[in-house]
Design a protein around this ligand. Structure first.
Ligand SMILES: [Zn+2]
Ligand SMILES: [Zn+2]
Length: 419
């Protein structure tokens, strides 16, 4: 399990290997082309120019490594709040056998609860959260500036290189400094492509990260708040929902960025606005879970489901045309499987397969437990019996669902006309 991965073993994964290779490829290509375009031994300005590029590249690499090594801050296993009465206000995590501290969420990839989890980033092979939010943002920032610098150097040297013959034949020999070989022209084009790609891709990421930090609302919390507002809108209640962690942009920024680039607090207790307490958000999360449980219907599978994204052969075009436009998993089912469905579309249902006892012991089947499947492959059984619901309180509290991926569909979701 990746939770046990520590130190430099985190880097032995396609994400970090690719990311570090891209950084090194851009850096080395830029240095090579720059040595012909504006050699650092030519003047002090040329030296400073190359030093600046090296500094940006080093800072990007340093923050990248620190973001990976520091990690997001994992909540200790079997965590409990100080006051035992507070466990009523928290969700339980079956995997970590403990309660989820406010703002913590269980990451399936890390297989641990993560403090102030924002998202799991495959490029650093770790989550982004409380402890490495600053390193991650600095990494994005320096990579963007460094790659921008690199792409300017590469484009200029590329231009000089391909006009070399023109310069030489028009008495402009002093401009003909860049000489290409087959290898170096390929390297230069590849480096340019990567640098421009990094600038575009990471700029979008940095924008999202800064928004998260300035509003003090992680990707997951954005969904929780959206659901909270929608819940109030639907029940036509006047009671407003106050998001507890938005202290104003200055204080929000200071929570992540400070002089030492160090994490603040313990990642468990958070400063909140007036009128809220430590459990304002967790109370809302529990209420959302309760509503979800009330909405849950039990279905039984009646025909094989392949788990394909577009099951054209087994289900026909109608099902494929109305496939849900999300990257959420599709589940594989066999006849007689029981599924707890929480979202309903005309041709698709979203739910969690209930494993049989035998399966729970031996983990016989692979693939996702939660996801979408074609509606025509299952029939509704009765509603969830009350007795089962009460037995299930602990289980449902332990639902390790990230929550965030569901909000939007729920709007389409609960419609009686399909029931
Ligand atoms: Zn957990
Ligand atoms: Zn993770």
């Amino acid at each position: 399990m990746s939770a046990k991965i520590s130190g430099f073993r985190r880097f032995l994964h396609w994400g970090p290997i690719t990311a570090l290779s891209i950084i090194k490829c851009i850096t080395l290509t830029t240095l090579y082309m720059n040595s012909m375009w504006w050699p650092p031994n030519e003047s002090f300005a040329a030296f400073a120019h190359q030093a600046l590029f090296l500094l940006l590249s080093t800072l990007a690499t340093y923050n990248y490594i620190m973001a990976t090594l520091t990690g997001p801050g994992l909540l200790p296993k079997q965590w409990q709040p100080k006051e035992s009465k507070d466990i009523e206000l928290l969700q339980y995590c079956k995997e970590c056998e403990g309660y989820k501290a406010p703002r913590s969420h269980h990451c399936r990839k890390c297989n641990r609860c993560v403090k102030k989890m924002d998202h799991h980033c495959p490029w650093i092979n770790h989550c982004v959260g409380w402890a490495n939010h600053a390193y991650f943002s600095y990494f994005l920032f320096f990579s963007i500036i460094g790659s921008l610098h690199g792409s300017v150097v590469l484009s200029c040297s590329f231009y000089r290189g391909i006009y070399r013959y023109y310069y030489l034949t028009h008495s402009l020999a002093h401009l003909a400094s860049v000489q290409f070989t087959v290898n170096s022209i390929i390297m230069c084009i590849l480096g340019m492509g990567l640098a421009i790609g990094v600038v575009i891709g990471l700029s979008m990421l940095l924008y999202i990260q800064l928004k998260t930090i300035i509003t003090n609302q992680t990707g997951i919390e954005i969904w929780i708040v959206e659901k909270a507002l929608y819940r109030r809108y639907r029940s036509a209640t006047n009671e407003p929902f106050i998001y507890p962690y938005d202290l104003g942009w200055r204080l929000n920024l200071r929570q992540v960025f400070n002089e030492e680039c160090q994490k603040r607090g313990d990642g468990i207790e958070w400063p909140v606005v007036d009128g809220c307490d430590q459990y304002t958000l967790t109370r809302e999360q529990l209420a959302q879970k309760d509503e979800k449980r009330a909405r849950t219907r039990v279905y039984k599978c009646i025909s094989n489901v392949t788990g394909r994204w577009l099951p054209i052969f087994s289900q026909g075009w109608r099902v494929c045309v109305s496939a849900p436009c999300t990257d959420e998993p599709r589940i594989r089912l066999q006849p007689d499987d029981i599924i707890r469905v929480t979202r309903f579309r005309r041709h698709w249902l979203f739910g969690e397969r209930v494993p049989s006892e035998r399966e729970q012991k031996h983990r016989l089947r692979k693939g996702a437990m939660r996801g979408w499947f074609p509606r025509r492959s299952a029939v509704p059984l009765t509603e969830v019996p009350d007795s089962e619901s009460s037995d299930d309180v602990k289980n449902s509290k332990s639902s390790t669902n990230n929550g965030h991926s569901h909000g939007k569909q729920q709007r389409n979701g609960h419609s009686k006309k399909y029931m």
